[in-house]
Design a protein around this ligand. Structure first.
Ligand code: B3K
Ligand code: ZN
Length: 881
């Protein structure tokens, strides 16, 4: 067991930095066995801080070579250095500190700080990686101008990059060369970046709204040269969109993107030099699916948007992470919505939130959007901070309306440009620009847990009135037993007998022609009643339209009402929601029922209509056809019985597929396309529909389906179709075809890591093919690599996160497998190890037969000596009573 408990950091203890850095001058000497980092910091005491404090800089695993104050070398007694800190008791009010450290990027498997990936040097400094490079006040509220000189072997590392503008290059002795970069914008250390490698450069140009020419450059390994176009096109769209929608123009003369294979997360917004996980930036129709293309567009935009929401205005401390992440996710969702189908985008975001973020909010790691304590900040790059944080900004947008929201955003950027601020500063700018009082709204940042709305209704025939009563409750979460009611924008509509959205008259005098058909009701108390007038018959309520707030809604819809909403609700999101509620209800009611109990015919009818409906947005139809996932069904249940859920879901899918067999074949054929691959919304929708039909046919071992799948697999002109056919075969009981397709696929794409990752994930996430034994075998495969986070995610992550019926095997084998892998990974990459603990954390949500095994896996982790801070925090919080 770990002997010492890691320290907890509290928001309430925040103090301004005792020293500021005006200028950071860095010189990197890169070698094959290590790197020497020379840093010269121009520092001064912070006038706002208490006088006389010693200088204390952060470090992590550093070897100090020398330290000098104002040019004078210090001797041992003048300072105290450990790998984790450098302390000098007596310094003047203003001084220059020069430090030389020796680091080993080659041995850095944590992928934080400076490390090597496929032969290139690269960095990841957010949140606290800069301290792995040199001693520094490594906190976001210390902002400095950086000048960076990189020296390296010219033939191995012809490309040398850092933030800002390249101001000088030259040759050195021994085949070495150097480049100097200067970043004119003061920035916190977490935005520092360096890249050195043998990379090809793809160039493009963007003319800003004020006519400035920006050089766009993308750097990739030579084998990826043909996979850059989509990212560059996406970047230009994002740059234009940010000018048009937020009035934000790019500020440097160069914008660079680099792709690296080994990366802990998706990408990083370093000033002027964004670094991406290859899987989140490289794409070609042959190797990337539609989903990957869309994901890349949104991540490229997200990182670009950070240039204002994150870099120009940054976070005061890491408790404010959602200041940049919540706002930037909101911006990227608006962007993606403008680029494609807004309804489908909303469905995707809301399902992620409802399945995974609600789970986080209801589990032992629950924390507010602005957490008030942490042990390891890397554990707080969560769905709550990102996605719920986005929803919180979205609700401000809904409450203020687009014009006032834009005024608030303008004021925020103007007021805080160049500063490190708090979520409260953001809300204040929104208040000041709009005149609205958001004091109660701030609870969204402070209280954890998903609010639950219970809705009751009453129709008065004689009066022609309809009353909606809404009760709100926010559940207790760790450390927050009591909650106050929150300010919730609750969008509603009422659908009349003819399937028409009715005018919502809140008083009898209101003219029917003036009354809107959607209203955003503002809930602030424990309960509210709203009365609607002038109704001829009892309407069907359409509640929380567009998912206007990240809350749960309980209302006793009948199956007939849900079917009605599925075909009449003018709110596309709620049509989908009705389909999910109906399917969930049917699946849940079949759990533990004898085999001869049949699926409600109404579900079949609803799906038959959907398959034939060509008037509706086909992308929405494709979404509505998807049954709720096992993860979503677990989340909806009180105490989850995974195997029963899985079985009931399978039964429904089987019955639907058998009964709708001809409709599925017709849908497949109708949506078969010929001709060139296009990434237009209609084409994407067509492929999605066709591939859903195919998956269903193979689920019931349909011979024609099999023939179509094999043909599609072999003749595919794009990865969406090829991977979908492969997935359908892998998920089917056609074992011979499955193996043949897997072998062929691997043979064809084994040189391409991004495609091999898909190949791994398709198998590891398949309830049919992904048995534990098979997953263990994948870990021994020649293409698997424990040092590469993408491979770990595509096998171990996909198994534990998506293959739920296998992972939750009743004998506990899935849990033991995961614990064993986490223990090993904790030694090499604690960040990734801690992320993988997540499927075990909600053990209390499951029936005993599961929860006991999950808990015991957590205990195995707890008992490891010298557990990393990352894993320690998640495991101990999960086991806490
Ligand atoms: N800001 C980075 C995430 C950094 C994660 C550090 N553990 C990517 C992003 O959100 O844009
Ligand atoms: Zn971000």
């Amino acid at each position: 067991m770990r002997t010492s408990q890691p320290q907890t950091i509290y928001l309430k203890d925040y103090e301004v930095p005792p020293f500021l850095v005006d200028h950071t001058d860095l010189r990197f000497e890169l070698f094959e066995d290590g790197a020497r980092v020379h840093s010269t910091l121009s520092m001064r005491r912070n006038p706002e801080s208490a006088a006389g404090q010693p200088l204390e800089l952060d470090g992590d695993s550093l070897e100090l070579e020398s330290v000098a104050l104002d040019g004078q070398a210090l001797s041992d007694g003048d300072y105290e250095a450990t790998p984790a800190s450098l302390r000098i008791d007596s310094v003047p009010d203003q001084f220059s500190l020069s430090v030389v450290t020796w680091i080993r990027p080659q041995d850095n498997t944590r992928l934080e700080g400076l490390y090597k990936s496929s032969g290139m040097f690269c960095t990841q400094c957010e949140a606290e990686g800069f301290r792995c490079i040199t001693y520094y006040p490594d906190r976001p509220d210390v902002m400095a101008r950086f000048r960076t000189r990189i020296e390296a072997d010219q033939s191995r590392y012809p490309v040398l990059l850092s933030n800002g503008n390249d101001v000088e290059r030259g040759e050195l002795d021994d085949g070495r060369h150097y480049a100097v970069w200067e970043d004119p914008f003061p920035k916190p250390s977490y935005l520092f970046a360096l890249v050195a490698g043998d990379l090809v450069e793809k160039k493009d140009q963007f003319t800003t709204v004020s006519g400035r020419e920006i050089d766009l450059r993308m750097y990739v390994e030579p084998r990826n040269a043909e996979k850059c176009d989509h990212a560059l096109v996406s970047l230009k769209k994002a740059m234009r969109w940010d000018e048009e929608v937020y009035g934000r123009e790019y500020d440097l003369d160069i914008f660079m993107i680099v792709a690296v294979d080994d990366f802990n997360m998706g990408a990083m917004e370093n000033k002027g030099l964004n670094i991406f996980n290859s899987s989140c930036v490289l794409a070609s129709p042959d190797t990337a699916t539609d989903m990957a293309f869309q994901r890349i567009e949104s991540i490229v935009a997200h990182e670009y948007f950070h240039n204002w929401s994150g870099n120009r205005v940054t976070c005061r401390d890491w408790f404010q992470l959602s200041l940049k992440e919540g706002f930037t996710v909101f911006r990227d969702t608006q962007f993606s919505s403008d680029m494609g189908s807004p309804t489908v985008k909303r469905i995707e975001d809301a399902s992620l939130l409802r399945t995974a973020q609600f789970a986080e909010d209801g589990g032992p790691m629950a924390h507010p959007v602005r957490p008030d304590s942490y042990m390891e900040i890397s554990n707080f790059y969560t769905l709550t901070v990102y996605e719920k944080g986005c929803e919180v900004v979205r609700m401000i947008h809904t409450l203020l309306g687009p014009e006032q929201f834009r005024a608030g955003s303008d004021l925020y950027f103007e007021r805080h440009d160049g500063q490190a601020v708090t979520t409260d500063d953001f809300v204040r700018a929104m208040e000041d620009a709009s005149g609205r009082d958001l004091s109660q709204f701030r609870l969204w940042y402070e209280q954890a847990g998903t609010p639950r709305l219970t809705v009751e209704d009453e129709y008065d025939d004689a009066q022609g009135t309809y009353r909606l009563t809404i009760h709100q409750s926010v559940p207790a979460t760790p450390g927050q037993p009591e909650k106050q009611p929150q300010h919730i924008p609750f969008a509603v509509g009422l659908i009349g007998e003819q399937g028409k959205a009715l005018p919502l008259r809140l008083s009898a005098d209101e003219d029917e022609n003036d009354a809107p058909t959607q209203r955003v009701l503002e809930l602030t108390g424990d309960s509210h009643t709203f009365t609607f007038h002038g109704l001829q018959a009892r309407p069907v309520p359409s509640l929380l339209q567009g998912f206007s707030a990240p809350v749960r809604v309980d209302y006793p819809w009948t199956r007939d009402q849900l079917m009605f909403l599925m075909s009449h609700d003018p709110d596309g999101f709620n049509r989908w929601d009705a389909s999910q509620r109906l399917a969930s209800d049917v699946i849940e009611s079949l759990m533990h029922q004898p085999k001869d109990v049949r699926t409600d015919r109404r579900l079949l009818t609803a799906y038959r209509h959907l398959l034939a409906d060509r008037s509706l947005d086909q992308a929405l139809v494709a979404r509505m056809l998807q049954l709720p996932t096992v993860a979503a069904l677990i989340e909806q249940s009180e105490t989850a019985d995974v195997q029963a859920i899985h079985e009931a879901r399978r039964r429904v899918l089987t019955e639907l597929a058998v009964e709708l067999r001809d409709d599925l074949v017709a849908c497949y054929r109708r949506n078969q396309e010929s001709g060139e691959y296009r990434l237009e919304p209609e084409d994407i929708a067509r492929r999605a529909l066709k591939n859903t039909a195919l998956a269903w046919l193979l689920h019931v071992k349909d011979e024609e389906g099999r023939m179509l799948a094999v043909k599609q697999f072999e003749g595919a002109t794009n990865m969406t179709d090829r991977a979908s056919a492969l997935r359908a075969l892998v998920n089917s009981d056609f074992e011979g075809d499955r193996q043949q397709a897997l072998d062929r696929f691997y043979g064809q794409f084994k040189e391409d890591p991004q495609v091999v990752e898909q190949w791994f994930a398709i198998q590891a996430s398949s309830p049919n093919a992904g048995s534990l034994a098979h997953v263990e075998a994948l870990l021994e495969h020649e293409a698997f690599d424990w040092k590469n986070p993408n491979k770990i995610r595509s096998v171990v992550g996909a198994f534990a996160g998506q293959n739920l019926s296998r992972f939750h095997a009743k004998d506990g084998s899935g849990y033991r497998f995961l614990a064993k892998r986490i223990l090993a990974l904790d030694e090499t990459n604690p960040q990734i190890a801690a992320r993988l603990v997540s499927p075990l954390t909600r053990w209390r949500k499951f029936k005993n037969v599961y929860s006991e095994g999950m808990k015991s896996a957590l205990e195995t982790l707890r008992d490891k000596p010298d557990l990393s801070k990352d894993v320690y925090e998640v495991v101990h919080k999960s086991l806490k009573d």
